[in-house]
Write a new protein. Sequence first.
Length: 396
Amino acid sequence: MVDSEALWREALYGPSGFFTRGEVPADHFRTAPLVGPELAEALLVLLDRVDFALGRPARLDFVDVGAGGGELAGAVRSSATGSLAARLVVTAVDVGPARSVPGVRWRSTLPGSVRGLLVGHEWLDAVPCPLVTGPLSHPWLDRWWPVGEGERAEIGEPRDAAWADAVSRVARGAALAVDYGHVRADRVAGRYVAGTFAAYRGGRRVEPVFDGTCDLTAHVALDACAEAAGGEWVLVSQRDALAALGLVGKVDMAGPAGGSAGSGTASESGPTDRPGSPGGSGSSGRPASAGLAGGSGKPGSTSGSGTAARFGAASGAGIAGEVGAASRPGSAGGSGGAGRTGPGAGAGLAWLAAAERASRIAELRAEGGLGSFGWLLHGVGVPVSSLVPPLPPWRP
Ligand SMILES: C[S@@+](CC[C@H](N)C(=O)[O-])C[C@H]1O[C@@H](n2cnc3c(N)ncnc32)[C@H](O)[C@@H]1O
């Protein structure tokens, strides 16, 4: 019998495997950290809540497992401000080659003990697992994904084990898995009878081959991962989670003179010693890199170059549903225009930047796209209710 898990593992992580030799998502598919700094900003709000629950310790960890090109770790590092930034230790973990990201420690194995927030962003979908065709009786399938005659499925046990191991590394704080996936009710209902195994190369979905030339992936049974890791957890949609962290992406249509157009993170308010103000700096608390261009400039960033998200809706700038209104850059007339730059220049640019930011946030929250990703959040010695308010259960 073909050992599909071993073939998958060799293709991605063997000596000349896809990730071993250093391929990065930015060249093949679009993930949320490539959209811009906004995901990192939301995670800093979450990290600030963890920090508060831990009593603002002298050292606070942010660990990015399956860090890929290091974009998320780098954005968290560069967006942190104030006291949190001074205490923050950012670690990227990846089995691929170490990247040079300012202020980020790089390692190939998970740290033994984490105090803070551990994140696995689109990590678990890249953990190989057995591909099967029914009928088949197997403890994991019987519990999580019964398969009938001719139906295909993936046995999620290796993902469960990987996630349980990662969560066990958190001494105190929280662990968050963000991924596309499915829940038992939909698996049992037959929504995934063809399985979800897929391959991506150069921004396109391609026929899966186990020769190391493409990324191989499958949706994650996040409910099974949750149960395997145990403890207190919630499983919610990215769309809801981002809103709960203050990322809603509205543009202030008062226009350039109106001030804080399009900001939309909860981090902009909050006293120094309370969650919601990364760094507790007492200043605006606004993460440093929030603003103009966003994104790394690589394929798949906000240019909408066509690099595919590996799930659901197409990528792209241009999802600007929450921008609305007909105002144009610079259209606020002379109101409040200051001196030589005037509303047509700096203020117009500010409006444009705000609109671009709102567009990126809309992409992160898009139903059927990145917004339908699952957020599996475990609290370890920290009540989950102190991190996010009650939210509807995830049903992608
Ligand atoms: C789909 S990519 C996601 C990259 C990045 N988090 C993002 O969202 O853009 C998955 C990454 O997980 C890494 N990976 C897989 N298994 C790993 C493990 N056991 N430990 C560390 N990294 C791992 C791969 O090398 C790859 O870079």
